[in-house]
Design a protein around this ligand. Structure first.
Ligand code: FE
Ligand code: FE
Ligand code: ZN
Length: 298
């Protein structure tokens, strides 16, 4: 199983991220190259990349499974303000060249927000933007994330995702990232995940799924909210998430936790334990607090 969580990318860059992931018992991770809410980015340090690669080799983390996530404020869907659309395109291009230097294969992107545009126009803008961003020489793959349907989000069902995908020229450089909380909130019943996979396979192709965000949801199916919950503490439930994680058709797809911190501490070490052992830990909060705050060892 390829499992990890999102981690930060601090002053030690990829090396810091890899060390954090290893401390959670993860064998992969997802990082933002800076704060997810802004586009301020430090220069990539080649020495830290080398050290990170060495550290990962020693710690059973395969660089081929590492995921980068683009910042939220990138919006490829709306070009009414053409400067901000151009900025989003330029930023993503730059982000792709930064991760190419690091040897990272995948970047997850939220398709965008239509704002006042009609959906079809917005979806066409997203494809057009991606056609500007990627060319024959682009190495990393852009992964479009399935969205919850909050506000004017694009990519909230298979129809919209397929619409974007159909208008992309270099289809071998674009894939998809499923997010279990987003799917639930957009109206997909994760208890019937196999049906969704069949539908995805018919519409787009299951081999295009390159990453799965594993989150429980604080809201009911179809709520269009997007509030993540810890594994087994939301409306999707532990067993349904375990079925997604262990689905034999998605064996080689990296699974990434984006669940909320508990009392300001990361829950991932204990959520990964739950997933690997397939045993729900009803005392997750106590485990996390004992470990990080009280320094108890496990
Ligand atoms: Fe995301
Ligand atoms: Fe996500
Ligand atoms: Zn989300």
């Amino acid at each position: 199983m390829i499992i990890g969580s999102h981690v930060s990318f601090g002053k030690d860059q990829l090396l810091g991220s890899a060390k954090m992931a290893a401390s959670y018992g993860a064998n992969t991770f997802m990082f933002y190259t800076g704060a997810p809410q802004n586009t301020i980015r430090a220069d990539i340090n080649a020495d830290l990349i080398d050290k990170a690669k060495y550290f990962m080799q020693e710690n059973n983390i395969d660089i081929n499974n590492i995921i980068c996530h683009a910042p939220y404020i990138i919006n490829l869907a709306n070009k009414e303000k053409v400067e901000s659309w151009n900025f989003s395109i330029a930023f993503l291009k730059n982000e792709i060249s930064r991760i190419t230097k690091m040897g990272i294969n995948y970047i997850v992107v939220h398709p965008g927000n239509a704002l006042k545009l009609n959906k079809m126009e917005a979806l066409a803008n997203i494809s057009e933007a991606i056609n500007y961003i990627i060319d024959e020489d682009t190495l990393p793959m852009i992964l479009l994330e399935t969205m919850a349907g909050k506000g004017s989000e694009c990519g909230i069902n298979l129809y919209e995702l397929k619409e974007i995908y159909n208008n992309i020229n270099l289809k071998d450089k674009v894939g998809f990232c499923l997010d279990t909380c987003h799917l639930n909130d957009s109206g997909v019943d994760i208890a019937k995940f196999d049906d969704y996979l069949i539908e995805f396979d018919n519409e787009i192709g299951i081999d295009k799924i390159k990453c799965i965000h594993i989150n429980d949801s604080k809201n009911i199916i179809g709520a269009h909210k997007d509030r993540h919950a810890n594994i087994g503490f939301g409306t999707i439930g532990f067993d349904n998430l375990i079925n997604v994680i262990y689905n034999s058709k998605l064996k080689d797809v990296p699974k990434i936790l984006e669940t909320p911190y508990i009392n300001d501490y990361p829950p991932y070490k204990f959520e990964i334990d739950m997933i690997v052992s397939k045993k729900f830990n009803a005392n997750l909060e106590k485990s996390v607090v004992d470990y990080y705050k009280n320094g108890l060892n496990f």
